[in-house]
Design a protein around this ligand. Structure first.
Ligand SMILES: *Cc1c(COP(=O)(O)O)cnc(C)c1O
Length: 435
């Protein structure tokens, strides 16, 4: 059995099931697997001949194979990846890893669908009849991905906390119109307030004795580890094209779950030359790279709002992965920070010169490659959401219509239902105690 330890080092090691159900360790640290297995050379030698699903099953086995029988794990992986994550050329040397072909058109579908299926597997195996309550704070895309990933799953209730007025209407309708086992909670505050309410709930013994609570934020190992799948697939598809030798992967980052999954892939032997953590105006990680000091700040609102994070939770995992060695981090990861005006310019320039429509998050990743790619390197940026999810912002930038895909239009026809909530934990606690 794989054991998971806490980045804070003051909690007992947990099993996979405990780590998934708890989300956060009791000492408020993040769970890390005790070992990260290197995949054999033979796997990398033949990876370009494998499909995305085949690759993902191998990677999943390395993470979870000691805890879930192969047949069950393969089923969880294949159900999760009911859509592709293709690599598309934008211009010479710059490729887009399109992660928006899932049900809510964003990369979080991968982790959320995987976690829903893994949690359901554990609940069935336990057979205690006790319901599990998923609390999730969202700045936009997490809520819709998690809500849709869990929609209709028996024995699981989902509460989505989102900052009032700070989520685009298109994002909002993807988790406020679902009903059934999904409840949307509209918090009078910013994303960090939502995240604080969720974290406080887990630390509150009255609540945890009353309800089985679990988190589906990117801190949960069942959400963030599966994101490694598409890094392997990107490498495979680039190798297929014969251009995987000097790969640079640029990741638009907010809570840093996505890039951390890439760093895990790298640790497992995936030959990525280096990473770029692309940020909007929230420059906490960027400043850490420059100075070696981590200085969390209140989040700033930007047009790439899914990355408006002032205290990225997965920072602790990155520090843990490299033993706090700043030089080791900076030799593998570089950073950048872009104000809104640059993000808009980037969307406009890219569309005008290549015809490719970026979303505001992907635009940060693309821009970073334009600025930082060295001769001989090939860049892949993660296109983390479909541009139609940020229709107004993108259209204003590129001066061109963005078509709304059918999947997205379907959500917009639903009726919005949400529970208003203050940013005061006492109110949220009172609400949950009635459940
Ligand atoms: C969540 C999100 C991000 C940031 O991902 P992290 O794992 O939090 O770093 C980037 N882009 C989009 C569209 C997102 O929804």
């Amino acid at each position: 059995m794989m054991k998971y330890y806490s980045t804070n080092g003051n909690s007992d090691h947990a099993t996979l099931e405990e780590a998934v159900v708890k989300g956060l360790a009791p000492d408020k640290g993040l769970y890390m697997p005790e070992t990260i297995a290197k995949l054999p050379q033979e796997f990398f030698d033949n990876i370009e001949k494998m499909s995305f699903q085949e690759i993902a099953c191998r990677v999943a086995e390395a993470f979870f194979g000691e805890d879930i029988p192969k047949a069950d794990l393969d089923r969880i992986v294949c159900d999760t990846l009911a859509f592709d994550c293709p690599v598309v050329e934008v211009e010479p040397s710059i490729y887009s890893l399109e992660l928006f072909h899932g049900p809510t058109l964003a990369f979080k579908d991968v982790g959320a669908r995987f976690m829903a299926r893994m949690l359901q597997y554990f609940i069935k195996r336990r057979d205690t009849g006790r319901e599990v309550n998923v609390l999730v704070a969202t700045s936009g895309d997490t809520g819709s991905a998690v809500a849709n990933g869990f929609l209709g799953v028996d024995g699981i209730n989902v509460y989505v906390l989102y900052p009032k007025g700070k989520v685009s209407p298109i994002q909002e309708c993807q988790f406020t119109t679902l009903g059934r086992n999904i409840t949307a909670i509209e918090v009078d505050g910013v994303f960090d307030d939502c995240q604080r309410l969720v974290k406080s709930a887990f630390m509150d013994s009255d609540l945890t004795s009353h309800l089985t609570l679990t988190s589906a934020n990117s801190i949960n190992v069942a959400r963030f580890l599966p994101q490694a799948f598409y890094y392997f697939n990107a490498y495979a598809r680039m190798k297929e094209k014969g251009i995987a030798d000097e790969l640079v992967i640029s990741v638009p980052s907010g809570n840093f779950g996505n890039i951390t999954a890439g760093l895990f892939a790298h640790r497992m032997g995936l030959p990525i030359k280096r990473f770029i953590a692309a940020n909007n105006a929230n420059d906490i990680f960027y400043n850490y790279l420059l100075t070696g000091t981590y200085n969390p700040k209140p989040s700033r609102q930007t047009i790439a709002n899914a990355m408006d994070v002032g205290d990225p939770s997965n920072f602790a995992r990155i520090i843990d992965l490299y033993g706090g060695d700043h030089a080791a981090v900076t030799s593998l990861i570089s950073g950048c920070t872009y104000p809104d005006a640059i993000i808009s310019d980037t969307m406009r320039e890219c569309f005008a010169t290549t015809g490719y429509t970026l979303d505001p998050h992907g635009a940060c990743g693309y821009r970073a490659l334009k600025e930082q790619l060295r001769p001989g390197e090939t860049g892949v940026f993660l296109e983390t959401a479909h541009p139609a999810k940020f229709k107004d912002t993108v259209e204003k930038a590129i001066c061109h219509d963005v078509e709304i895909p059918e999947k997205l239009a379907a959500f917009m026809k639903g009726e919005k239902l949400s529970v208003p909530m203050s940013a005061d934990f006492a109110d949220f606690k009172r609400y949950l105690l009635t459940k």
